[in-house]
Design a protein. Structure first.
Length: 174
């Protein structure tokens, strides 16, 4: 359920550096805390994907280049509301907001269930492709816990997604 430690730490360091630079360049002087600042920068990046190339260029110019696989992960990032249905022994099951696709998602340093405290939770997060897996960025916003009726509905939807080929175990190789 977790990405290997080396890959996780490389992703976190690169991701955080990019988001902090976006936050710094936005000249937002609010005292909102690090997590809220990272979430705000992630939203800005999602709204303006070209910002990634500018920030990567700026970081390279000061001798802090972003690794190519981190840049690719950020380009692939899907930010939205997800239903974390449950964990398996190998991955967490995420269902997209449209309830059209499900993904096998790995955590970075903690399982998703450890972060949110339960299964069957809807929240905002980013899911990039990194190191051959879908991963959760760990910046969880606005969690809503779902009851057993919703859990049953999403479980039925997952079974249908698997049947029609809309369960994605790993990203397509490039």
């Amino acid at each position: 359920m977790l990405l290997d430690a080396d890959s996780s730490h490389r992703f976190i360091a690169g991701y955080k550096r990019v988001l902090l630079e976006i936050h710094r360049q936005s000249a937002d002087d609010s005292d909102e805390g690090i997590l809220a600042g990272l979430a705000a920068a992630r939203t800005k990046l999602n709204e303006s994907p070209a910002l990634l190339e500018q920030v990567a260029s700026d970081l390279e110019a000061i001798g802090q280049p972003v690794e190519p696989d981190i840049l690719q992960a950020l380009r692939s990032m899907q930010l939205g509301r997800w239903v974390f249905l449950r964990s398996t022994k190998r991955y967490a099951i995420f269902i997209d907001e449209a309830v059209e696709n499900a993904f096998a998602v790995y955590g970075l340093t903690n399982t998703v269930e450890h972060i949110v405290g339960a299964a069957a939770v809807c929240f905002e997060a980013a899911v990039p492709n990194f190191a051959g897996h879908y991963i959760c960025d760990g910046i969880i916003q606005n969690p809503v816990f779902l009851g057993s009726g919703y859990r049953k509905q999403f479980s039925a939807a997952l079974a249908n997604m698997k049947r029609i080929g809309r369960f994605h175990g790993s990203p397509e190789p490039r």
